[in-house]
Design a protein. Structure first.
Length: 629
């Protein structure tokens, strides 16, 4: 057993930011030391123990859906066998794709070996890990790369421990220590982060520490203590309702590694130090459930894509908190994959963990309305869970200044009749922008980030005042909300986001019981007056019928848009074509909306009524001030 003398500054980052209401607390090193002092659980101890493996094998035998998943897992492992091991080839400043490929291969090969006992999977996993261990480094300047590579080697080392050669174990162990643990001791920005970086980096390094508990006890004590405190500022960001500020894609990334951290601590040490009891984090799979519409597309704010995938972490939440309805969308994807392409089920690098985390059959959710407060607040409405033609409205307030933020405060998306009608264009290619020497990650006012069309408010379904950007440091909170069936609604106060441009601004939204969607804005001009543009990005053919009416057509279906206001307006469309040579094209889309000239000091109310296909009403609505919604 090796002992290394360390002088590690353990950063306890929680303190006052982690309030009692969040359920988080400073975890003293004595508590970590006590957990490590208990007898070390034998390998394999990460996530799936041998006892759990036997239970999984029993469940697979009696469950046709799990059998199909198991076959897809073995097929994927077979497809990996002839591939060359990973090479250290960066894409721009990242090695991340290589790290993820290594993790994907090691996870599936190791799982296949544990299930079948076929040494061909063991040998191929060993080659993969030794190739990664032989890299000069794992690109610590972009530490996500290190965290994911450490996870890969930790899983392989632990799951295959008894059958790896001593020489291979030593090589893999030394790589985790030198290229993982030691590089994490420097002053890394993620040690102070409140983003997915904290979850991924602390989670990945901890996976390695738990795999090497016997060999590296000093590292384990210091860095596990650092991790269980260091991840808490990000976990506090889920408060109070579970909404993840960085949007659904980064919820998958950050929350998956947060789950790995908690589940690995539990399986290896018998405790996660109470972190899973944090109520915001515990509720966050509700956010992911509701942020996906009936089309299967997500409300893809801010740096997120709209197309989700089979998401394994959801099953952990459903099992951990005994809420099987949380996995509703995943069970739908599972059924579709079994009909069309089972390989979709194992596309995720963590796919084998489904066998440990899936313990229930599909259960239909009940709530049709969900609110998530916090630094990037959202409200999510739908007419049904079981009708594929259900109507869905998702809208956000929040701030452009959050991690990965866009100037999308007040923006929304709409699904109806199986199609998306109002959309978010999504993020730009990180590498493309970075390769031009542009600073994509500076979110300060006037930064280059905000010159990118997809990142500023001219491309989002919100307001643009006098052609100016939204204020980066400002936040639009939810000020009114109701989930009452008679009138479910939300109101955001956007005033600070348009400070100096408007004296006051509020946006309300409702999915009315009759199926219509209401977007209502109330704003007041400052002394200089203002021109306010209301716009919505849509992938449909737009026909302007008159100043107040438009018809939106796609795939033989029609949505009607009506503007109700006393102000003078004229509906029109704008192009979404690139504004600069670094902007991505946005084919098949346009902006539809209107402009309102607001005289100095005057107030204006505009109400946009959207009537989805198949909704039969007279197109009227009782317009009430937002103050009495």
């Amino acid at each position: 057993m090796r002992h290394i003398r360390l002088s590690v500054c353990v950063l306890v980052l929680c303190g006052a930011s982690c309030t009692a209401a969040s359920g988080l607390r400073d975890i003293p090193i004595e508590e970590v030391r006590a957990a490590l002092a208990r007898p070390v659980r034998p390998h394999p101890r990460l996530l799936i123990t041998d006892e759990q493996l036997r239970e999984i094998q029993t469940r697979v035998k009696s469950n046709p859906a799990l059998q199909a998943f198991y076959r897809a897992l073995i097929d994927k492992a077979d497809a990996i066998l002839p591939e060359k091991p990973v090479e250290r080839i960066k894409t721009g400043k990242r090695l991340l794709g290589v790290s993820r490929r290594c993790l994907d291969r090691v996870m599936h090969l190791s799982a296949a070996y544990r299930f079948t006992g076929k040494r061909v999977y063991l040998q191929r996993a060993e080659r993969e890990m030794l190739a990664a261990a032989g890299f000069s480094d794992w690109n610590p300047s972009h530490f996500l790369d290190v965290a994911e590579m450490t996870t890969a080697l930790a899983i392989g080392y632990d799951w295959l421990y008894h059958d790896l050669s001593e020489a291979s174990r030593d090589t893999i162990r030394r790589a985790m220590v030198e290229k993982g643990f030691r590089t994490s001791l420097q002053d890394r920005h993620w040690l102070r982060s409140q983003s997915n970086w904290s979850q991924v980096c602390h989670g990945g390094i901890t996976m390695g520490l738990l795999a090497l508990l016997e060999e590296e006890p000093e590292f384990a004590e210091k860095l596990i203590h650092r991790a269980v405190n260091g991840v808490q500022p990000t976990m506090a960001k889920y408060e109070p309702d579970g909404a993840y500020p960085e949007g659904p894609s980064y919820w998958v990334y950050g929350s998956t590694y947060n789950v790995l951290l908690l589940a690995a601590l539990e399986s290896a040490l018998g405790t996660d130090f109470g972190l899973s009891e944090a109520p915001g984090f515990a509720r966050s799979a509700e956010f992911y459930l509701h942020v996906t519409g009936p089309t299967g597309l997500r409300f893809n704010y801010p740096d997120c894509g709209s197309r989700g995938s089979f998401t394994l972490a959801v099953f952990w939440f459903a099992s951990k908190y005994n809420q099987p309805a949380l996995a509703w969308h995943q069970h739908q994807r599972w059924r579709e994959a079994l009909k069309n392409d089972p390989s979709v089920l194992v596309a995720d690098r963590f796919a084998p963990l489904l066998l440990a985390w899936c313990h229930s059959e599909p259960v239909t959710p009940k709530a049709l309305v969900w609110r998530g407060r916090g630094s990037n607040a959202v409200a999510l409405f739908r007419s049904s869970w079981t009708d594929p033609n259900a109507t869905y409205l998702a809208i956000k307030g929040g701030s452009p200044g959050v991690s990965h933020g866009h100037m999308d405060v007040g923006s929304f998306v709409i699904d109806a009749a199986g199609l998306r009608w109002a959309l978010d264009l999504g993020p730009e290619s990180y590498n493309k922008i970075e390769s031009r020497g542009m600073d994509l990650w500076d979110r300060s006012p006037g930064a280059e980030r905000w010159t990118i069309f997809r990142y500023n408010n001219t491309s989002h379904n919100t307001l643009v005042v006098n052609g100016q950007p939204q204020h980066v440091e400002a936040t639009a909170p939810i000020v009114r909300f109701s989930d009452r069936q008679a009138f479910p609604h939300v109101v955001f106060d956007l005033s600070s986001v348009y400070a100096g441009q408007l004296a006051q601004a509020r946006r309300g939204a409702s999915l009315l019981p009759n199926g219509q969607i209401l977007i209502q804005d109330e704003f007041e001009a400052p002394d200089a007056g203002a021109t306010v543009r209301w716009a919505m990005v849509t992938p449909v053919a737009v026909t302007i019928e008159d100043d107040r009416h438009a018809r939106l057509d796609q795939q033989g279906k029609t949505m009607r848009l009506t503007v109700l206001t006393d102000a003078q307006t004229q509906l029109k469309t704008w192009s979404t074509a690139p504004k600069a040579d670094y902007d991505a094209p946005n084919p098949g889309t346009c902006l539809v909306g209107f402009e309102v000239a607001v005289p100095a000091g005057q107030k204006v109310r505009t109400t946009v009524l959207l009537q989805p296909p198949g909704v039969r009403t007279d197109g009227s609505v009782d317009v009430k001030p937002l103050a009495i919604w």
